[in-house]
Ligand binder design. Sequence first.
Ligand SMILES: Nc1nc2c(ncn2[C@@H]2O[C@H](COP(=O)(O)OP(=O)(O)OP(=O)(O)O)[C@@H](O)[C@H]2O)c(=O)[nH]1
Ligand SMILES: [Mg+2]
Length: 329
Amino acid sequence: MNNLVERFRNGEQLALARLISVIENEDARRNEVMAQLYPLMGKAYIVGVTGSPGAGKSSLVDRMSMILRKRDETIGIIAVDPSSPFSGGALLGDRIRMQTHALDKGVFIRSMGTRGSLGGLAHTTKDVAKAMDAFGFQWVVIETVGVGQAEIDIMHLADTTIVILTPGAGDSIQTIKAGIMEIADVFAVNKSDLPGADRVATEIETMLDLHCDTTKWRPPVVQVSSVTNMGLENLLEAIENHRQHLLTTGVFQKIRQERIKEETLEIVNHQWQQLVSRQVKIPGRINELLQEVLNRKIDPYTAANNILAHVATSFKSEGAEAGPQRKIM
Ligand SMILES: Nc1nc2c(ncn2[C@@H]2O[C@H](COP(=O)(O)OP(=O)(O)OP(=O)(O)O)[C@@H](O)[C@H]2O)c(=O)[nH]1
Ligand SMILES: [Mg+2]
């Protein structure tokens, strides 16, 4: 494992791919890996891209990456497809749509598709994004279909979230109503080479006039086309403007700090749950307490308190030694 981390530090993409597999498979070494990579994290700018199936997310990410590469900036891309059972490597479709970058070391594409990911899809995506950040990519772009809670959670990872709408799909207002409006920092009307794009853009602006708190940030609406490459520079400028807004208002710093706190508490929660489930599996005090509840000798609340106390004691003896224990730098 140390060898793998060392190769990762030396910029070997194969090592990055292997470490992502460790993260995805909820391997016992996952926490150890994340702890080792932690000092390298926090430099990438994270962009979320969401929209209905077929809105052109992958195509747009591909085009944006092309421009960023011309500026010599590096990009890690995560394509999350919750409906797909596949995981690891690139899904065929994404491989084709993003093939422009097949031989380019400045772009790394990873598709993730397993619903049943043990730590949860959002949790795993977050860790994969962190691994790409630690690897040194200046941009980490996460593409996901904007439907369920897990996907919205994933978008909360992003510094800037782009919501893609298209003309003709009839989904603009519907999508906005579905609560996606709250997560949008930039609206992209993709497929603007097709008729109806102006109307969609106007609809979004009207919606923003009515509902947007302009004291904060009014999401710009940018018309783009991945086919004609129209508007791509404007889209990148909109992202840059949002980034500057976050930095100058101090919101960027605040959000990053909030996230670190939240994530640390999430780890506590996660470890705690694992500790409890491990103990429940073995005969012992916890099972005795559960049995007493079943026999109506004690109530579940008293039992829960006793269980917590018991787990805490065993954590002192076993758990504290199991995980990573290092100081940062
Ligand atoms: N006319 C037109 N077609 C586009 C544009 N962008 C993408 N498409 C087409 O729309 C289809 C879907 O594009 P994708 O990039 O795969 O869309 P996606 O949102 O990533 O799709 P999923 O990941 O399957 O949800 C493809 O056939 C693209 O060629 C565009 O700007 N104009
Ligand atoms: Mg796609």
